[in-house]
Structure formats: C-alpha cells, structure tokens
Write a protein that binds this ligand. Structure first.
Ligand code: LLP
Length: 430
C-alpha cells in the first residue's frame, strides 16, 4: 500500500511523524488517536501556497468541525489560518487558539438568537442562511448597538460526486438560499439598519475527488458577485467553501492536489472579479484536506474469531470512528506491529459496540492479526474524534500529538467519572 511521507515502516513497525505507533500504544494505552502536527501545518502551507500562487489575497479558514482539538487549531492559527465555525463551541475554540475574529465566519443553517448575539458580541462575520435569520440578526445587532457584517450562503443547486449525506449544495439540501433568490436577499440586507453585506459564501459538499465541480460553483459565485456588485454592495470576500477530498483508498483513489484545485477554480475567480471590477479576498474553508491524513487511530486486537468470515475484534468501534458505519467510508488498516509483512488472509475489523454495523474495515488482506496486536486505522484526522460518542457508556480515548520526533498528550482519555459527571439523580417531589 502506498504511504504518504509522514507514515513510514521501520523494523516492520508503523511510524507516524517518525514515532513508533506500537510504542505509543504501549505507553498511552489503546484505543488512541495520534496526530502528526507537522503534517497538519505542512498541509496548510501547501493549500495556502497553491491558491496564493494565483492571487495574493487568500485567507484559509480551517473547518473546525473536522478536528476540534485545541492543539490542532492552535497549530493552524500559528500559520495564519482562520476558521469556519458552526457553533458557539467552535467559535470559542478558534478564539482560544488565537485566531482573530475577523478571520472567522459563523456558518450554519439553524442558528439561535443566542448564537447570533455571540457572533455580534465577538465581531465575527455571519454567513446568513435565510431571510428569517437576516431579520433576527438585524434586531440582535441593533440591540447591541452594532452593525453585523454578513455574507449570504448561496445554494448553487449543484450535483457533486460524493456520498449524498455530505453533498451540501444540492437544490434539495437544507443549506443556503437558492441562487435565483439571492439578489432579493442582498436587496433586503441593504435595507436593514444594522446589517452590512460584505461577502458571498458557498459550500458544495465534502470528500469531492474531482476539481471540476469547484469550478462550476465558482462560476455561480462570480455570477452572483456581478449582480450583487451592480446592486451597490462592496464585496470584501468571496468564500468558496471547503470540500476537496483525500485518497482514502491509497492505491486507487484520485488524489487531486491543492494545485489542481487552484488550477480549476482560480481562472474562474480571477476572470469573474476582473469583469466585476472588484478585488475581494478569496476565502476557502478546507477541513478534511488539512487534517484528514495527519492522524491514525490505534486499536488493539482483543480476539480473532473464525465465523462466516474471520473477525478481528478490536477495542475501538464506531464510538470513536463513525465514518465507516455512517457513510460506508473506507479507511486503510495496517497491523502496526508487522506493517511490511505480506498479507496471508482476509479479515474484517470489528469494534466492541453492540451493533452489527460496528465494522471499521471489511474484508481486508492483512498479515494474520492476533490478540494483542495493534491495528492502525489510517486517515482518521478529519471527522474522527470530532464525531465520537460515549455510546455503550464507553469513555472516549486519549489523543496524542506528535511533532519533530516528540510526542505528548493533547487530550487525556475520559474516565467513567467523565461519563457520569453531568448526570443527576432526579429528586422527585410528591
Ligand atoms: N465549510 C462548510 C460550510 C462545511 O459545511 C464543511 C463541511 C466544510 C467547510 C469543510 O468541508 P471539508 O473540506 O472537510 O470537506 N462528517 C463527514 C463530512 C461532513 C462535512 C460537513 N461540512 C465525513 O466524515 O465525511
């Protein structure tokens, strides 16, 4: 199997960022997420540089939903990243990580009044998803004696090649305002006393392995930009969202690079803004591409069972990595102790959760796993720990950061006390 440069095999053992994964599993226990922070910053630099080669005013906003660990967000903040935040929690994390409010965008199709008030208080721009939300934000900003700077989220009605649950710009999806109604929305925003429209936002979906759909959404964006500019709006930014996929099937998936992405999108963007006579900042919101390949999930084999197939029963399941169960996603798996040995059988890696769907990897060719071995699930850095749960009352596992050959905890494992910490015994009154 092809491995990216930060994953290596030495003395038969898998290493991440030069650190032995089997030793990490022994030292910190399993299950365990391990993240190579140098890979995260390297990915950020490649992404930013690819776009900045075409246009100087580029702001990369990390989609914080992909990985909510402060150490990861701090590493990105130190590189100059902003963030796409989708909740008060993500907003708080981004600010604690040192990101400036002007580099954040508060997104979401269902924001509460409290969410809107928080964005106004912190001076964070809002991607507005409906006219109802626009008028609520106008009122909230008025109460605070402030002006809210906004973009509208455009729904470009685009079919994209990805899992239907993560295609976000379909005509039928819950996100955004239909492109044909967007001018009316900007007109309404201009009439609001406490709103200033300054941007346009769009996001067409996630794990997209072709670059052409991004060019098509950029076309919609610049068309809207033209009409909005003609209306008298001064556009400070165009935010084309995230969505560039990564090759989870290492040997067979296409692997479009940020340079390929930029080559598809930038000519459309540059021609469009030239025709409008404007020079807005270009904002992008990658999540998966920045962090996806930076982490492995290490999980220990509890037992091996020959039934209608051979199950390798491990200590991590969809409580810690829900992507295979939720989207039928594929993640490469390796026996970390014998990573360079040839396969001698076909194995299905199953978690400890009480559901038939708790399978991390189906029918994989591996060197015979046995109890005590460490299995590494690759490309677990995006929407991995971030989507974990305490299902079956299993405390979440620890996360370790690796950088420059060193390693340290970036989140301790939860205990059973953490699982019960927020529970109360109702004191019923007769
Ligand atoms: N911007 C917005 C407004 C988004 O909704 C998303 C992702 C992103 C940016 C980042 O997209 P990315 O570059 O990571 O593809 N849990 C799913 C993915 C859900 C994506 C949700 N929105 C998965 O595990 O595949």
């Amino acid at each position: 199997m092809k491995l990216p440069s930060h994953l290596t095999v030495r003395d038969s053992r898998l290493h991440l960022g030069g650190v032995d994964c089997v030793s990490l599993a022994e030292e910190y226990g399993t299950p365990l997420y391990v993240t190579d922070l140098d890979r995260v910053t390297g990915n950020f630099r490649r992404f930013h540089a690819a776009l900045a080669a075409h246009y100087p005013d580029v702001q990369v906003l990390f989609a914080a939903k992909a990985n909510g660990n402060l150490a990861v967000i701090r590493a990105l903040a130190a590189e100059g990243a902003g963030a796409d935040v989708f909740s008060p929690g993500e907003l708080e994390l981004a600010i604690r990580a040192g990101m400036k409010p002007e580099r954040l965008l508060f997104n979401g199709s269902s924001k509460s009044r409290a969410d809107l008030a928080l964005a106004v208080e912190k001076g964070v721009r809002v991607s507005v998803d409906s006219l109802d939300e626009l008028h609520q934000l106008d009122a909230v900003a008025g109460e605070a004696g402030k002006t809210a700077e906004i973009a509208f989220r455009v729904n470009p009605a685009l079919e994209v090649p990805t899992h239907p649950k993560i295609a976000t710009g379909l005509a039928t999806s819950k996100f955004g305002i239909p492109a044909q109604e967007i001018i009316g929305a900007y007109r309404e925003a201009l009439a609001c006393e406490h709103i200033e429209p300054v941007g346009i936002h769009c996001h067409i979906g996630s794990q997209i392995l072709e670059v052409e759909p991004f060019a098509r959404s950029a076309e919609v964006m610049v068309r809207v930009a033209k009409e909005v500019t003609d209306l008298g709006v001064h556009l400070e930014f165009l935010d084309i969202g995230g969505g560039l996929g990564i090759p989870y099937h290492h040997d067979t998936d296409p692997a479009p690079t940020p340079a390929d992405y930029a080559a598809a999108v930038m000519p459309v963007f540059l021609k469009g803004i030239r025709e409008c006579g404007i020079d807005p900042a270009l904002w992008v919101e990658p999540g998966r591409w920045l962090v996806g390949d930076s982490s492995v999930l290490l999980t220990r084999v509890n037992s091996v069972k020959k039934a209608h197939k051979t199950f390798v029963n491990v200590d991590a399941g969809f409580n810690l990595l829900i992507r295979p169960a939720m989207y039928d996603s594929y993640h490469e798996v390796l026996v970390a102790d014998r990573a360079d040995l040839p396969a001698d059988g076909t194995y299905t890696v199953a978690g400890p959760i009480c559901e038939t769907g708790d399978i991390l990897a189906h029918d994989r060719a591996l060197p015979t796993p046995k109890a005590g071995d460490v299995i590494a699930v690759l490309d677990a850095g995006a929407y991995g720990y971030a989507m974990s749960s305490q299902y079956n009352s299993r405390p979440r596992c620890a996360e370790v950061a690796v950088s420059n050959g060193k390693h340290a905890l970036m989140r301790r494992a939860e205990t059973l006390d953490d699982v019960t910490a927020a529970m109360e015994t109702p004191a019923w009154k007769e």
